[in-house]
Structure formats: C-alpha cells, structure tokens
Design a protein around this ligand. Sequence first.
Ligand code: ZN
Length: 275
Amino acid sequence: MDKLIITVAPNGSVARKEHTPHVPVTPDELVEDAIKCWKAGAAVLHFHARDKDQNPCLDYDFFERALTGIRANTDLIVQISTGARLGATREDRIRAVALKPDMMSLNVGSVNFPRGGVYVNLPADAEYWAAAMQEHGVKPEIECFDLSHIEAGARLMDMGLIRRPALFNFVLGVKHALSYSPEHLLHMIRSIPRSPGDAMWNVIGIGPHQLKTTALAIVLGGHCRVGIEDNLYYSYQVLATNAQLVERAVRLAGELQREVATPREARGMLGIEGS
Ligand code: ZN
C-alpha cells in the first residue's frame, strides 16, 4: 500500500470558540496550530478564513497571512477552502488561487446542508474553478458529498481540467447529504476512475464517524482527514485539539502497520511541485 496521507482541517466554518476553545480563528492561531499538527504527522492542512467575529469569510488578507506563516514554519501541503459564503460570487470563491496555495478544495456538485439551505455548485462554476486552479498550478481536491459528484469530477478529468492523479475526497455523515456507512464508502471507492495512476481517494467522517473513516482509510489503502472542522471530540464529551486527532491517526496507522507519508512524500504521491 502507498503511505498514508493525513490531512488536518483545523477550523472550517462552523465551530466557534464557544463550542471549543481549541479552534483556531485568526491567522496567528492557525499558524500555531499548523505547526503542532505538522509535528504530529499531518502532511496536508486544509483551512478556512474567519472575520473578527469568527464568522466564515473569504478574506484574501487572512488567507495570505496564514499561508505565509504556515510556509515559513513548516513544509506542509497547504490547501485553501473555496467553500461558499452567503452572497459570494464564483469569482470571490476562487480569488485566493492567486496566492498559489498547493491545493484548493473543488466543489463539483450541489448538496443540501444542515445550515444555510442548498450549497450551490453548478457544473459551469466547477469548470471555471478547475480551470483557474490549473492555470495557477494549484491541485484540486474533488469534494464528493454524493455519488454524482464523483461522476462530475471524472467529467472534469475527461475535459482535461484536472490532472492525474485526481484526488477524490468522500464526505460521509453530513446531515441531509450522504450518511456514514462502510457500504457507502466501499461503493464510492469502486466508483472513482480506476486506471492505474488516474485517481486517489481520501475520506472525511463527520462527528463520531471521523474515527471510523480514519481506520477504514488506513486498512483500505486510502487517505484520511481529521480535525475540528469535521469533529470537535476526542471521545464522548471530551473535546479534542487538532494535534491530538492527528496523533491518534498516526498511532492507528502504526498499529495497523501502514506507514505515514511526510509532506515531501505526499507531494510526490499527489504530483504537487515544491519543497
Ligand atoms: Zn473545509
């Protein structure tokens, strides 16, 4: 099996300080947390921007300060979210591509979300974002909340808008979207393009499912994402730090005899240039 790539998503757009004191919401907090997660064994860091009231935003300056700080202190692969904000245009959502992060999330299909109604990602917008990422040398992570999103990602590959190996990221356990089950995960794995070198997969489990999807990724040969964006808890009623969640994934991989990729090794596997 390939080595395990551990992605950490430390903040997201939902968790606030009143939910957990461990969520980083400023660029400085994010850099400090990133260093801890890097030392713990993460290879990729996926993050969102917040405004001064902790609300999610697409502030270019926040993205730039966090990216610069993380790069100055670690060799992490940095992935910036293009997640929707109320009233954001498709141009707003991809603006940070000019910062040339290593990766950005690419939403290829719409989905109902617990808050905020429909998360709209039209096919034409996905093509626009994928083309912008390609132009700036940014690797997309294809977000799959549904089986049809895998097909949408494969279509972008066929159009030449996504370079191989494509990274498909399965999201299981979002309320109103695809629920968590091992069967759903297996079906998604079987549904990605299967020619050698075509595709890799990563999995997110929301809330208590994070631990299970991490274990499944380790034994099934995929890759995993942990962190407070998807899950606040280490165990029942016990809040986690991001580094603790990374450390646990590393320990699980060790017990299951799967080696963990360094950021440099992960770059090679994902076909990302850089240090
Ligand atoms: Zn995110």
